[in-house]
Design a protein around this ligand. Structure first.
Ligand code: IPE
Ligand code: MG
Length: 238
């Protein structure tokens, strides 16, 4: 969700106004993803590197998160939304960690949708923490498979992302879901996050549907079936 700061600076407003506006975009996008049958939405809210931002900005972001969780809790329950955090929780202030854990616990059995928030998150940090967990479990070396390590990541049990959207014109991953993005499709847009609408999400999804996902294999569809010209993966090409 990049570009909040620039959105505000362009208007001569303090950066926190951009963050506030950015938070305001979230529910429309959650509803839109749910509406097209999406099951999981992951939002990169705050990276492990973001702790190095000025203390004032960090505390504004944490306060916004706290208010948002309090405001949205009933909507999570009504909408069957399970809320969870991925990231290094140890670095979070106690009050934020306890409200997050409460919301995670209360929404755990909600089955319609997973809203996964990357907070204090870094892909390398996540992998290191997974490797440390593995070391503590002391597995035999042949037990260490992709599935084994994936099961120790913060995203254990959550499918890898099909589509990753990055706003604000930057074209990099910035330590987001390094392991999980191995076969994700990417969509880059110059739109700043506070301006990102359902219409643009649908544009990204449409572009995604035009792509041919082969997962490193030959596209059997192309050679045997004339019909599927949009490259939508079917059970044959997966
Ligand atoms: C994204 O907006 C939100 C967070 C990283 C918390 P930025 O704050 O990175 O906005 P820009 O990149 O300065 O515009
Ligand atoms: Mg940024």
């Amino acid at each position: 969700m990049d570009g909040n700061g620039r959105w505000a600076e362009m208007r001569g407003l303090p950066r926190f106004e951009g963050h506030k506006r950015g938070v305001g975009r979230v529910s429309e996008i959650v509803e839109a993803v749910k509406g097209i049958g999406g099951e999981v939405l992951s939002l990169y809210a705050f990276s492990i590197e973001n702790w190095m931002r000025p203390e004032e900005e960090v505390s504004v972001i944490m306060a916004l998160l706290e208010t948002t969780l309090k405001n949205e809790f009933m909507n999570f329950m009504k909408g069957g939304i399970r809320f969870r955090i991925i990231g290094n929780k140890e670095k979070l202030p106690d009050n934020i960690r306890s409200i997050i854990e409460l919301v995670e616990k209360e929404t755990y059995n909600n089955k319609e949708f997973v809203l996964q928030c990357a907070l204090s998150y870094g892909g390398r940090d996540e992998i290191i923490r997974a490797v440390r967990k593995a070391a503590a479990l002391n597995p035999a070396s042949e037990e260490i498979t992709e599935e084994y390590l994936a099961g120790l990541l913060d995203t254990a049990g959550i499918p890898d992302p099909d589509l990753i959207i990055r706003t604000s014109g930057e074209q990099r991953l910035s330590n987001f879901l390094l392991w999980q993005s191995a076969y994700s499709e990417f969509y880059f847009t110059n739109t700043l996050w506070p301006d990102f609408t359902k219409a643009e999400l649908m544009e990204a999804v449409h572009e995604y549907q035009m792509r041919s996902r082969r997962f490193g294999k030959v596209d059997n569809n192309k050679s045997f079936f004339a019909g599927n010209s949009f490259g939508i993966p079917s059970k044959w090409s997966e």
